[in-house]
Write a protein that binds this ligand. Structure first.
Ligand code: ZN
Ligand code: MG
Ligand code: ZN
Length: 483
């Protein structure tokens, strides 16, 4: 029996199903009353452990509570299961589709079933009812999480096609990175998608210094070829990029000028990227940048009746955990403060180290950017990883070299080492655990909820908008026929 047949046989018997059927039951929506505006704020690849790490760091170093802690403590918070149609571990495209359509699909695709049956998204439903719509993100604006609210595609990586679908859909506001999918000089087909948007009456912006001056009510803003630089590099290394807060302020200002209210998906998209690379410093500052943004969004809700804010992570990434150190674990919090010494992302560190570094260069760059003096032998492991000379016991276990080795040497030798940050990652992949979700409404009644499924959030959105729409259903079995 091959693997596919094995999976199908298991499912027919009801045992060993890809997803336990009992997990597919819909929970009652906690939302009642109508929302004029909906802000869906996603934290990509964010876990309860990440929250705890950032919460303690922020309090110990700034003496303040995170806005996210304030939100969670309002009582309308819980955990969300994230499994996709055919895997207990989701990717971002299946995860975002669960929110935008109420349906689980196969990882890697956007609001579509294998075989080509398309799902209707909440942004389409909202737009058809006269709402303004938008997507704002720190990733490329055509990346999976925002794209799943607009585009239909079996392959999330086809961002050039997704950009064309954006031009057809015409959301009012699109802000993020990702010039590469729009710019004629960067697209493989040399099509000028910026011109397409200009012809449709959009203001098109690629210089973030001019963001505050935007006065149009339709905006496509793409800053940089790929993703927006990490917050840690913006803060400490003067990366000339906009912050999530700046992008959000402008996006909300434009959308709030509409007659009929709006639905916007804002994403802190690079917590996930940092966690994939086991880069605890970059992840922390992505979370703090998200928190600054969350603060202004909560203020917006306070000042605008009939507004609903939903915060959710799409899945966990990296399996990062903060572990106890020292006698009675008393050294844990102080050692965790070593995060303070991280002042650059792993990509920035690697760019400074270069392609053929000496061990001395590696030691100096890491000292400067992470506040840790690695040994000459640790530096030589990284040098070998950069040169591709390292013999990995299991190459598949280290898919993101050489940064996986950088993470490894920063981790240090033992779990009791007081000179190394006490955060340990278990993988460079997504993980399966339930993730945080919270809601905050003004004039929209939200009841407490506990453990929910990612597809439930779609019904929160439709209930708040007074929309009733059921997308077609596909079973995991039927989906697997295509693979
Ligand atoms: Zn994700
Ligand atoms: Mg994302
Ligand atoms: Zn990811």
């Amino acid at each position: 029996m091959n693997r596919k047949d094995f999976l199908k046989t298991g499912m027919a018997a009801g045992l060993g199903s890809v997803i336990h059927p009992f997990l597919m039951q819909k929970s009652p929506s906690p939302v009642s009353g109508r929302a004029r505006n909906i802000i869906f704020f996603s934290y990509d690849g964010f876990t309860w452990e990440d929250f705890t790490s950032a919460q303690h760091f922020f309090y110990r170093n700034y003496g303040k509570m995170l806005h996210l802690e304030r939100l969670f403590k309002k009582g309308l918070a819980g955990s969300m299961m994230s499994h996709s149609l055919t895997s207990m571990v989701t990717d971002s495209s299946a995860a975002t589709t669960a929110w935008s359509t109420g349906r689980k699909i196969v990882n890697g695709s956007l609001s579509i079933y294998p075989g080509g049956q398309e799902l209707t998204t909440i942004l389409e439903l909202a737009k058809a009812r006269g709402k303004s719509t938008g997507v704002i993100t720190t990733t490329t604006v055509t990346h999976a999480t925002p794209a799943g609210w607009i585009a239909k595609h079996m392959n999330r990586r086809d961002e050039e096609n997704i950009a064309q679908q954006y031009a057809a859909f015409q959301a009012d506001v699109m802000i993020g990175g990702g010039m590469e999918a729009f710019d004629a000089a960067l697209r493989s087909d040399r099509k000028d998608l910026y011109k397409t948007f200009l012809d449709k009456g959009y203001e098109v912006l690629t210089d973030h210094h001019k963001l505050a001056e935007v006065s149009s009510n339709k905006l496509l803003a793409t800053f940089g070829e790929g993703h927006i630089a990490y917050e840690i590099d913006r803060k400490f290394r003067r990366s000339d990029t906009p912050s999530l807060k700046e992008m959000t302020l402008k996006g909300i200002e434009i959308l709030n000028g509409s007659d009929n209210g709006f639905v916007v998906h804002i994403e802190a998209g690079r917590i996930d990227h940092a966690n994939h690379r086991n880069d605890a410093g970059a992840a922390l500052w992505e979370i703090l940048a998200a928190d600054e943004t969350l603060g202004i969004l909560m203020d917006f809700v306070d000042n605008n009746p009939e507004t609903l804010l939903i915060m959710a992570s799409d899945h966990a990434t990296g399996g990062g955990t903060v572990y106890g150190v020292g006698e009675r674990y008393r050294a844990s919090s102080e050692i965790h403060d070593l995060l303070n010494k991280r002042t650059a992302s792993f990509p920035w560190i690697m760019s400074q180290i270069g392609n053929s570094p000496s061990e001395g260069v590696i030691i100096d760059v890491i000292q400067d950017a992470a506040g840790v003096r690695v040994s000459r032998s640790q530096a030589s492991i990284l040098r070998e990883a950069i040169a591709g000379e390292m013999v990995m016991p299991d190459p598949a276990a280290y898919p993101r070299q050489p940064v996986a080795t950088l993470a490894y040497i920063l981790k240090g030798g033992t779990n009791d080492d007081p000179t190394h940050l006490n955060i340990n990652y278990t993988t460079t992949q997504h993980t399966a655990g339930a993730v945080p979700v919270a809601v905050y409404g003004n004039g929209v009644v939200v009841k407490p909820f506990g453990l929910v499924d990612n597809t439930d959030l779609y019904y929160w959105l439709t209930d708040a908008l007074g929309i009733s729409h059921e997308n077609p259903v596909m079973t995991a079995e039927a989906a697997l026929e295509y693979f």
